[in-house]
Design a protein around this ligand. Structure first.
Ligand SMILES: Cc1cc2nc3c(=O)[nH]c(=O)nc-3n(C[C@H](O)[C@H](O)[C@H](O)COP(=O)(O)O)c2cc1C
Length: 186
C-alpha cells in the first residue's frame, strides 16, 4: 500500500512538473526573456513571434529619443544613426528597464543590423544589467547582411555573460523555424 502510494506520488510530481514546463513554453525549464530594439517594426515582428513561440516574456528596448526617418538616413554622414555608429563610445539612452532581470536564465536580444553590427543602443542595453551566469542569444534582421561581429561586440560589453554568436533572420521567418532555433539554445 505504502509502495503504491509512493509510486503514484512520484508519477503525479513528474506530470505536474512536465505540465508547468509545457505551459511556460519550453521544456528546459529555463526562464527566457526576448528583449528587442526596432526602429521600423521589422525586428519587433520577429521578436513577438519568437517570444510567443517559446513562451518567453517580451521587452522593447525603447530609446528616450525616438529615431526619426532623418535620424535613420544611412546615406547622410551627419544623420543621428551615422554619427552614433561612427562613435564606438556612443550609448543612446533607453527609456525603461527590465523589471527583474535576475529571474531570467536566457536573454534573446534582437535588433536591426546597422552598419554590419548591433546598433549603439544595444551596447547601452548590454552595459545596463548584471548578466552574470546568463546566456545572451543575439538575433537580428537586416536588408541582407549577416549578424557579423555583433555577438563578439556584445560579449566584450558583458564579460560575465555567455554571449552566443546569434543569427540574422529574414523579415517573414516562420514561428516554427524560430522555435526550433531557440529551443537548441534554451
Ligand atoms: C542606419 C541603418 C543602417 C543599416 N545598415 C545595414 C547593413 O549594414 N546591412 C543590411 O543588410 N541592412 C542594413 N540596414 C537595414 C536594416 O537592418 C533593416 O531594414 C532592418 O530589418 C530594420 O529593422 P527594424 O524595422 O526592426 O528597425 C540599415 C538600416 C539603417 C536604418
Amino acid at each position: 500500500m505504502k509502495k503504491s502510494f509512493s509510486i503514484v506520488f512520484v508519477v503525479l510530481t513528474f506530470l505536474t512538473t512536465f505540465q508547468v514546463q509545457a505551459e511556460e513554453g519550453n521544456m528546459s525549464g529555463k526562464k527566457a526573456l526576448v528583449a528587442y530594439f526596432s526602429a521600423s517594426g521589422v525586428t519587433a515582428g520577429v521578436a513577438d513571434r519568437l517570444a510567443k513561440a517559446i513562451g518567453a516574456d517580451l521587452f522593447e528596448i525603447k530609446p528616450v529619443q525616438v529615431y526619426t526617418d532623418a535620424d535613420l538616413d544611412w546615406r547622410d554622414k551627419q544623420s543621428r544613426s551615422s554619427v552614433e555608429m561612427n562613435d564606438r563610445a556612443s550609448r543612446p539612452a533607453i527609456a525603461s528597464k527590465v523589471g527583474n532581470m535576475a529571474q531570467y536564465d536566457v536573454v534573446f536580444v534582437g535588433f536591426p543590423i546597422w552598419w554590419y553590427r548591433e546598433p549603439s543602443i544595444i551596447d547601452t542595453f548590454m552595459e545596463s544589467y548584471d548578466f552574470t551566469g546568463k546566456t545572451i542569444v543575439p538575433f537580428a534582421t537586416s536588408g541582407s547582411s549577416g549578424i557579423g561581429d555583433s555577438g563578439k561586440n556584445m560579449q566584450a560589453l558583458a564579460p560575465n555573460a555567455k554571449v552566443l554568436e546569434g543569427k540574422r533572420f529574414a523579415k517573414g521567418v516562420p514561428a516554427d523555424e524560430l522555435k526550433a532555433w531557440a529551443s537548441e539554445r534554451l
